[in-house]
Design a protein around this ligand. Structure first.
Ligand SMILES: [Zn+2]
Length: 355
């Protein structure tokens, strides 16, 4: 079944802007989340709060002038943590550390009890259906990649995966594949998988890309454009992996994706030659030119200078400009300011190109 979606606003032919995924949470939303956690909100109240949070994220992106928007991932919790409730076969274990600053050792962990399934899907189709009626902008749907979805799961000798995380991740990749096909059938035409874990979980990049290719199997054939975002982690605005793409670059090119989205601003624009390699492999690139891990506000002129640096390696018809990663860990005013400066900076270069 293919839904007929309303026509989308056309994209600029050169240098479209987008976001990587999450939007900053409004202050009132944090207050509401506390009330929901305390059990004082009814089901209808919760739905209204979640809808209003998406409405705010979409309106912020539209007003900033972003060309390809998301729903801000407002219905999710800490990027992947909200998904574990949708899986069966897991036993929740308490966090290793509950005191002090929140970090990568703070979330709950999940021990494998039996093979992992997601009988009601991952919930992303429902997110998409709400978004598509809300905006006439082009839409990107985001989904954590199969490796990243396993990051809080533990497999050990004697369980259904025998301690083999890759085997576990291939099962999760099949669950992601089912969700992506359901998204395509619902009318989604641009889906990005997010994999900060390539640089975090020890292993081989070729295996990570095999997981990606399993997760997207048959989806391009339904007319869906596919993205792959790889970063180094963003929990509490801190990276976790070694911040270089060089070791995985050759394997990244083997991903069956139309676009690869990488972070550069927080790394002082190093490794830009990768953009040329990706473009020569026939893929588009999304380049992070706004730092989501810093309170420093890049003025439009500085964003424009970063875009010009990218254009030394890739032609403007292949380049989308994005923030480095999601904005979940920044205050909303700062997120909105950075989005506006992204659009203004890209606009400066676009006008130069159009002469
Ligand atoms: Zn990221």
């Amino acid at each position: 079944m293919t839904a007929v979606n309303s026509p989308r606003r056309p994209l600029p032919t050169l240098l479209p802007t987008s976001v990587v995924g999450s939007h900053a949470l409004p202050g009132w939303f944090w207050t509401a989340l506390e009330a929901i956690k305390a059990g004082t909100y009814g089901q209808t109240d919760v739905r209204e709060v979640m809808d209003d949070a998406v409405n705010a994220a979409v309106r912020d992106q539209e007003r900033a002038g972003i060309d390809v928007i998301t729903d801000g991932e407002m219905r999710r919790w800490y990027f992947v943590q909200g998904f574990y409730g949708r899986f069966t076969g897991l036993e929740e274990l308490p966090p290793l550390r509950t005191q002090g600053v929140y970090g990568y050792d703070s979330p709950p962990r999940y021990r494998i009890q039996e093979k992992v399934t997601a009988p009601s899907g991952l919930g992303i189709v429902e997110e998409y259906r709400y978004l598509v009626d809300l905006t006439d902008r082009a839409i990107k749907v985001t989904c954590p990649g199969p490796l990243t979805l396993t990051i809080h799961m533990q497999t050990r000798q004697g369980d259904a995966y025998g301690g083999d995380r890759v085997a576990l991740a291939f099962d999760v990749a099949e669950l992601v594949n089912r969700e992506l096909h359901a998204l395509a059938d619902a009318g989604a035409d641009f889906i990005q998988l997010d994999e900060p874990s390539y640089s975090i979980i020890p292993g081989k990049a070729a295996e990570w890309i095999a997981l990606y290719n399993t997760a997207v199997r048959g989806v391009q054939q339904k007319g869906v454009r596919l993205g792959l975002h790889v970063c180094f982690g963003n929990l509490a605005s801190r990276p976790r992996g070694r911040r270089s793409y060089r070791w995985m670059a050759a394997d990244l090119l083997e991903a069956r994706s139309d676009q690869i989205v990488l972070e550069f601003a927080n790394r002082e624009m190093i490794e830009l030659d990768l953009l040329g390699e990706i473009a020569r492999a026939g893929k588009d690139v999304g380049a992070g030119v706004v730092d989501v891990k810093s309170f420093y506000v890049e003025p439009p002129e500085e964003v424009a200078e970063r875009v010009r640096q990218c254009l030394e390696h890739v032609s403007p018809d292949r380049l989308t400009l994005v923030p480095d990663c999601g904005f979940f860990q920044l205050p909303r005013w700062l997120c909105v300011t950075k989005l506006k400066n992204l659009v203004a900076g890209v606009g400066l270069v676009r006008r130069e190109l159009e002469g």
